[in-house]
Ligand binder design. Structure first.
Ligand SMILES: [Zn+2]
Length: 244
């Protein structure tokens, strides 16, 4: 025998009853709406006061400004590897996330990109930075470079200059201008992003000689990078920042 479906089995159709809302409930609902509105207003005031970019409108304008951070080797390979197994990609992903957090706190939209992200093609933003670490040898120091054939050299030189200044200041590492290779200046991601996007690559230190800094003091590393980017972005005309 076919089984009746439970909905039609033994249930009588009932007329919907009209529920009366008690006046007390109405007051409670009105109060809830009021509380939510007050909380929303407080949030806006809070944003306006903590913003370094000039109030709530500054935050909303800057929020549209996108910064691209490439975590070196992510979703591709390990990068450099130390004898004990420490991988470059572990460091670059950790630092990229920390930098992103610091920039988001200042109102920027941050996209963290893997080494060969399809979004790199024509990527548009107010700044782009690829993060790598140097090999696991007993050397110390960092490098920053822009692409050889940058369209706006003056602007990219300024990006490099700010990163060098702030990174050296935060980490105490020495800048190795003389060891910057053509691989850095011809880095694939810098060739793929939009020519209008100021871009650079940073080698944040050697996994050998700078291991303690890179693995035990990542917040210093990240703040050096974020401060460099922010110093560069602060000098941009505000209308350009808001339109991208
Ligand atoms: Zn690398």
């Amino acid at each position: 025998m076919a089984k009746l479906c439970p909905e039609s089995d033994g249930y009588m159709y009932r007329l919907p009853t009209i529920r009366k809302v008690s006046p007390l409930k109405k007051i409670a609902r009105a109060l809830t709406v009021l509380v939510l509105m007050v909380l929303g207003a407080l949030l806006l005031v809070g944003l306006a006061e903590t913003s370094p970019t000039g109030g709530i409108w500054g935050v909303l304008g800057a929020r549209q400004a996108t910064v691209g951070i490439l975590a070196g080797h992510w979703e591709y390979d390990s990068g450099a590897v130390c004898p004990d197994g420490l991988q470059e990609v572990e460091i670059t992903v950790d630092i990229a996330n920390r930098v992103a957090r610091l920039l988001r706190r200042r109102g920027y939209r941050v996209v963290i990109l893997p080494e060969y992200a399809p979004q790199l093609d024509g990527f548009r933003g107010v700044a782009f930075l690829a993060i790598h670490a140097d090999s696991c040898i007993d050397l110390s120091g960092f490098k920053v470079a822009r692409m050889t054939q940058a369209v706006d050299r003056e602007q990219e030189d300024r990006l490099v200059e700010m990163l060098v200044r702030e990174y050296a200041d935060a980490t105490g590492l020495r800048f190795h201008a003389d060891t910057i290779t053509d691989d850095m200046r011809q880095y694939h991601a810098l060739r793929r992003i939009s020519p209008q996007t100021p871009g650079a690559i940073i080698e944040i230190g050697f996994m050998g000689g700078d291991r303690h800094l890179l693995t035990q003091e990542p917040e210093r590393v990240a703040s050096g990078i974020a401060n460099g980017l922010l110093a560069f972005l602060r000098e941009r005309p505000s209308e350009a920042a808001a339109s991208e």
